[in-house]
Design a protein around this ligand. Sequence first.
Ligand code: SF4
Length: 704
Amino acid sequence: MNSKKKLKTTCSYCGVGCGILAEVNPQAKVSVQGDPEHPVNAGMLCSKGMNLHYVVNDTSDRILYPEMRWSRTHPRQRVTWDEALDRAAAVFKSLIRKHGPNSVGFYISGQCLTEEYYIANKLAKGFLGTNNIDTNSRLCMSSAVVAYKKTFGEDSVPISYADIELADTFLIAGANPAWNHPILFRRLEKHKEKNPNTKVIVVDPRKTDSASFADIHLQLIPGTDIILYNAIGRRLIETGYADESFVKNHTENYQAYRKQVMETSLKDAAALCGITVDEIKEVSELIGKAKGFISMWAMGLNQSSIGTDKNFALLNLSLVTGKVGKPGNGPFSLTGQPNAMGGREVGGMANLLAVHKDLQNPQHRQDVADFWGVDQISPTPGYTATEMFDALASGEMKAVWVICTNPMVSLPNLGQIEKAFANAKFVVVQDISHRSDTVAYADLVLPAAGWLEKEGTMTNSERRISYLNKGINPPGEARPDVEILCDFAKRMGFRGFNFANAEEIYEEYCAMTKGTNIDISFLNYDRLKNEGSIQWPVPEYRHPGTARLFADKKFYTPSQKAIFNIPAQIENTSEKISAEFPFVLTTGRIRDQWHTMTKTGKVARLRTHYAQPVLEISRLDGYIYKVKDGDVVEVKSKNGIVRVRAKISNSVRNGVVFLPMHWGKQLENDLNRANNLTFTRVDPQSKEPDFKYTTVSVTKYQKP
Ligand code: SF4
């Protein structure tokens, strides 16, 4: 047999969730193209997706077998899987016996498949007895989760990509989809080409490619988002665009909202935001008269010390105008990672339980415990991402198991993360690549299977569940993550992990959804394989999936009404700029790299866009601080130093500098890491870190 194998699967990078046709030749080499039949991308792929095969075909960086060290003074050595997992089980048993279940924890990833997320949560919350399981999705969208939940009663994205083609006004807030959700943005571009009256408003302190495309770019002062959205709300009310019938019949707490937005005049709001009153009026008019109004947002809102409040202020614009539950209308948070949404469904955070159940609710805890056949779920909230590493640094937690993520580059305040790993008694890193900086800190390294080497499911930003096919075998002794976790669970003596494959795990999870608002109890692998992707809920046999929620205006709150949540803080709570640290640093992504570059960094053509990290600084600031284009600059915060080249840029406001977050120590040097500078300050409601506002100094670097 010498024929090529063709498979349908899904891109493993971002939350857009594009369909891919993968071809595997007899030598197990892979090529990819966009799936023309996929409803998300209709054959298109962005630069990252179309180069995915290079990542799979180059196995030179792969972790091929388990490695272990008996003490920190000895190098890691190759061991068998039995030795590796027996040691892990022995250490976990010993720590739990001596220090209790909360002495251990898991830090996992929005790139994990739903089955992996589910089984890791079942293991930690159901059987180890700890809620110390959190995910790098905490860093991306936990503010949106809290806001959706408090506004609609559950963490439920109301609309679909198909609503883009039905809308005429878009407000993109704190997001650069032209670079970070490229195929979604192509849909918007095409829609605008066909319908020139479509209006796009971008709110961002940076003039990104998305902002350049927009009809209106509000280049606001960082941290003033709530003041802006409240001012728009005020203007909508004053000019008669509030939907009184919707507000009266389908919302709660409107009077409190009205009171807050009326407290600040448009003139004051404009001055605080660094924009004009006319701009606020123009944007309000567009939103008010829109037949279809969609707001889209990402990290610019979420990654803030007032991230949840920013989300509330934006969501309130959809409520006050009644523009939700109707075709082409609704608030649409964009997920960054491919399965951030799937993780949310199975309770993949320290404060959540599966199927949108709440850890704080005793009945919900009992429901989940009964389903898993255990006595109880601990009521003690688990450590969230930054809390977990603080607990390791302080010695409260003793062991951490890191799966499919690279916290030594991606978490804020890397000095603290280094301390956490150094202080931990036992660190397990389960990953595919030695390119992850975190591997260097592991006492036990477990080789995992990567994309196309295992099967499972993911859910994209629009609640669309896709099946991911297995086309090739993993290299060396690497194994699928679910197999590793179930094997460990059995060595811990737990029942309930005897699954023959990922499909059986998915069936268990699907059964758990029965009767809930995310019911997919009639869904299975066969249907996903034969009919393609589908949007939850799928509550009946042959149900076609649900493109849009809340068409009946019945929300998931006890009163079935949506709730106006009032931001507790309208002004930013990050530290203020000072004479010592006069700039606001904002960090983010660039077009052709993904997270910490462990995959995209392998692809030569993706490194041509940005060969190295650069600090974007405005022309005026460059002049004042005597920094020229290409100079090496030293960027300092209270936490650390970065030394990179400067790029004089028209895209940042005066007083604001931008640095990409992708580069780590192993790939270049440790002075390239943006998170040397950032702080462990989090939003009090969502516990999402404040990556978008760090005060720094910038000086031209002179070699000593
Ligand atoms: Fe992959 Fe996202 Fe690009 Fe689509 S837009 S190809 S999902 S990285």
